[in-house]
Ligand binder design. Structure first.
Ligand code: SF4
Ligand code: SF4
Length: 347
């Protein structure tokens, strides 16, 4: 399938001489491809015919579990359009003033050719393990097959180490991105965490919920996405979403594992946590709550989000999600979270 709607003129593509056994992310450095014979090197951009770092395939963003859900068809991998095709280098390029350092394009590139030192960059220094060839049918097929294989090899290491400085920088940028990007960034992070996810088509008021997701362990649920301060609406809105999924899409209340994704965890005085607790007591529905920062940390550490196995339930009696993130990471998080609201409400 062609990712670009218009045909881009290509004079070159790259193919690998050998497929690595894994790709290892190294914070602040180029990723390393490790080979079977014990050698390793960094691989530069393959000038992909269909660059996964830029676009999702239609099959990746269609939500098969509920085919009638009115999904947004935006297939940009970068939620803020910071990654563009450079026709001169025939590789992607990052617009630094737009980039929010989410790491999604880094995670999407099958050879680890995108990395972040002080900023996110595409590695274009050709390595010994690749050859640049003329695009013809045969080589395009070789590249396509290699990319399919590269998508299946393990990705190890850490994209970014979570620090207060980095998360403060990202949160500052996230609080200023345009409204339409909010749902896209959440969908793309969930896809990166091994979930299926569809967001509501822009302008569709009939569907009501912001998104619907399915995690690898078959958790399925309605989603509300909230970047603003008033998260109280999200906990109330999710009840409406559960009813809509039940009557219109045949997903029962018992099957539904609802999820609220917010930029910052709601303030303790706002009422959100009390409503979540009330809904659990009265309806026996446990609403999961997770912040964008927590999702990003899991993404940077190559984790999978399985919400049935690892629920993110917090309410008025315990408003912290830190333990859930640490359980998945298998380590403690050394981050003072006083001003961002990633794991606990801002004091
Ligand atoms: S950065 Fe990666 S995914 Fe993007 S075109 Fe280059 S090799 Fe392909
Ligand atoms: S790091 Fe995120 S914001 Fe920056 S170019 Fe990649 S996908 Fe876009």
């Amino acid at each position: 399938m062609q990712i670009f709607s218009e045909q881009k003129i290509r004079n070159k593509i790259s193919v690998l001489k050998q497929i690595p056994v894994n790709i290892e992310y190294v914070p602040n450095k180029k990723s390393i491809a490790n080979f079977k014979d014990g050698t390793n090197c960094s691989i530069s951009c393959l000038n992909c015919k269909n660059p996964l770092c830029m676009k999702y395939l239609e099959s990746e963003i269609s939500f098969k579990k509920v085919p009638t859900f009115s999904s947004d068809t935006n297939n940009n991998a970068c939620p803020v359009n910071a990654i563009k095709w450079n026709p001169e280098t025939e590789s992607p390029e990052i617009e630094q003033d737009k980039c929010i350092k989410c790491g999604l394009c880094i995670k999407r590139c099958p050879v680890g050719a995108i990395y972040c030192d002080s900023s996110v960059k595409v590695n274009t220094e050709k390595s010994l393990m690749q050859e640049i060839v003329l695009p013809d049918d045969e080589k395009e097929l070789t590249q396509k097959e290699q990319i399919e294989e590269l998508q299946t090899i393990p990705k190890i290491g850490t994209l970014f180490v979570e620090t207060e400085d980095l998360l403060n920088e990202i949160y500052e940028k996230l609080s200023n991105i345009r409204h339409e990007a909010h749902n896209i960034i959440v969908r793309n992070i969930l896809l990166g965490l091994g979930c299926s996810c569809a967001i509501r088509r822009i302008g569709d008021v009939y569907t009501r919920m912001d998104a619907i997701y399915k995690s690898g362990d078959n958790g399925i649920g309605a989603m509300e996405i909230e970047f603003g301060k008033d998260t109280l609406d999200a906990s109330r809105g999710i009840l409406d979403d559960i009813a809509v999924l039940n009557t219109r899409y045949n997903i029962s209340k018992e099957q539904n594992n609802p999820l609220v994704v917010c930029l910052q965890l709601p303030n303790a005085r706002q009422g959100y946590w009390q409503v979540v607790k009330d809904i659990k007591i009265v309806e026996n529905i446990k609403i999961n709550t997770i912040s964008i920062g927590a999702l990003l940390i899991l993404l940077w550490n190559n984790k999978i989000l399985n919400l049935c196995t690892n629920p993110f339930y917090a309410d008025f009696d315990n408003m912290s999600i830190k333990k859930y993130v640490e359980d998945i990471l298998g380590r403690k998080i050394q981050l003072i979270d006083g001003s961002i609201g990633i794991f606990e409400p801002i004091k």
